[in-house]
Design a protein around this ligand. Structure first.
Ligand code: GUN
Length: 280
């Protein structure tokens, strides 16, 4: 029986710590403010953006919502970002992805001032992470580090295996585990003998994008298993990249889906907003 890593509880703990911090900053006359930009009306993005606004309201962060039509020209979006960069009352800027096809996502993200890049997606933020300089870190991997630390799971010297090499999760995850002195291996779709590698892991992070891909045959007994995936099954229930029923009996600790990694992403976004405000 594995220990359940309760992301819902840990994210609540973080949000309550931030709420107290934001109140203290308010007493000093500083109101933290996040600008959230959504272009078009992708339904999933609308849900994500709504959850971010809700979290801001809970913590006491002011949120400015910019809902731009799908046909918005790239230049107009860039102008808005530049205006927000120059506005000292705005501490964080978030452009919800994906953007419409006529926009260059890299160009848009790299227009955000690194000091306000609370998603940690700017090329400078990513570079800073890889050479151990200060900067904002992508929220999902930063949240996973918090899950491990707050569950007293040691990273230093441990075999850490990350499956997935995306810019948002896999790559920054590997950098963060390395920063914590883990021994890190990154696997991906072309990895040969995946099972042989994953079975070495003391800490296994699954960010594959395939429902229930990781069963017990991929996992060493007693390992910590972190599931980044989220998928809607035919029966309407959510599942992750890990086959929970198969893995839970042999793992040492495991995150559930839902209620594991998911809630940590927004908590860390809020953390980055507060940090941006403190630094400003
Ligand atoms: N789209 C899906 N996840 C994210 C995220 O974490 N940040 C942004 N900006 N867009 C997303």
């Amino acid at each position: 029986m594995a220990t359940l890593i309760d992301g819902k509880r840990i994210s609540q703990e973080i949000k309550d710590e931030l709420k107290a911090k934001v109140e203290a900053l308010k007493e000093q006359g500083k109101e933290i403010c996040l600008a959230v930009i959504q272009v078009g009306n992708d339904p999933a993005s609308t849900v994500y953006v709504g959850n971010k606004k809700k979290a801001c309201a809970y913590i006491g962060i002011k949120s400015l919502a910019y809902e731009l039509p799908e046909e918005t020209k790239e230049d107009e979006l860039l102008e808005l970002i530049k205006k927000l960069n120059d506005d000292d009352s705005v501490h964080g800027i978030l452009v919800q992805l994906p953007l419409p096809k006529h926009m260059d996502e890299d160009k848009v993200i790299d227009t955000i001032s690194p000091a306000k890049d609370v998603d940690g997606f700017h090329v400078q933020s990513v570079g800073a992470l890889s050479i151990g300089r200060p900067g904002f870190v992508s929220c999902t991997p930063a949240g996973i580090i918090q899950l491990l630390k707050r569950s007293n799971i040691e990273i230093e010297g441990k075999e850490c295996v990350v499956i997935g090499r995306s810019n948002i999760v896999g790559k920054p995850m590997s950098m963060l585990l390395l920063r914590e002195n883990g021994t890190v291996t990154v696997c991906h779709s072309r990895t040969k003998n995946l099972k042989e590698v994953t079975k070495r892991a003391d800490i296994l992070v699954a960010a594959i994008g395939k429902p229930k891909f990781i069963d017990a045959s991929y996992v060493k007994e007693g390992a910590t298993v972190i599931d980044v995936g989220i998928h809607r099954q035919e029966n309407g229930k959510l599942c992750g990249d890990v086959d929970f029923e198969s893995v839970e009996p042999i793992a040492g600790a495991i995150t559930p889906v839902p209620g594991g990694v998911g809630p940590m992403t927004i908590a860390m976004l809020m953390n980055n907003c507060v940090e941006a405000g403190e630094r400003a």
